[in-house]
Unconditional design. Sequence first.
Length: 334
Amino acid sequence: MINSSQPKVLITGAAGFIGFHLSRFLCAGNYFVTGIDSINSYYSTQLKNDRLAVLHKFSNFKFIKMDICNKAELDALFKQEQFDYVINLAAQAGVRYSIEQPYKYIDSNLIGFINILEACRHHPVKHLIFASSSSVYGNSNDTPFSTLSPCNEPVSLYAATKKANEMMAHSYAALYQTPITGLRFFTVYGPYGRPDMAYFSFTNKIINKETIQVYNNGELERDFTYVDDIAEAIERLLSLPFDTPEEQEKPYRLFNIGNNQPVKLMYFINTLEKHIGQTAQKEFLPMQKGDVYKTYADISALEKRINFKPSTSINEGLKRFIEWHKTYYYSNNN
């Protein structure tokens, strides 16, 4: 039941990894969350449904199966609900998959996103937050990555669609005064994560004594960000006023959300091995198309605006993930 004092939030991609954690975080606070998701088969639909089962325990959560590419359904939902805030996390994820299935990225990441922008334009909201990605930086050598960088050389279609999202959002803020914040996520990880992500697939293979594939011979670095830190930052940003002179003229802003501490791939693998209690069998391979060598977030702007910096170490974050992984797969197999 909706309490009139609870802000109404729409989270797209609510059955996804970040969407699930954010929905749970906001439901534990003073928000009424409507979650939508297409429940596509990019990875385990069972995992997505298990996330939703957790969310359904909250009385202030409602789920609707819906694809943001369906403009008519989306418009009807906006008209009916009159949301205060919208957080768009629905997207076709994955860098390597964008090489195999490019049209899925055009549909979800471009057509779906313009539907969100149009819905927020015709049914005004206090704030639209959308997910971008650290992949927009490509193989920039200018580290740490700053949102002031031009980012005009994406090395994957996925990255290109995310850069396009930023430009589309910028235009809607300028044309229609829609208050919009874009967030460039840096390798988000944690319990209930995406099975296609390296930390998840590595864990499965190490436990099953299968060989893990280590690209660029292990010479990669990633700015891993624990998912609970992401959820807390987004909640703080939701009601942040657009009060700088630039934002008052054009209510658009862009932040990096990362841990500001790149981790070497081999250290990451060694940490997984420690918490799993097994040594990985490794196959060292060359760099993969679409991959980047290093990600490193400059989060000074985010710290300044909301006085927040992610605090979960890779050691603690992976420990929590492995504990969840063992519990989840043990309970589902017994």
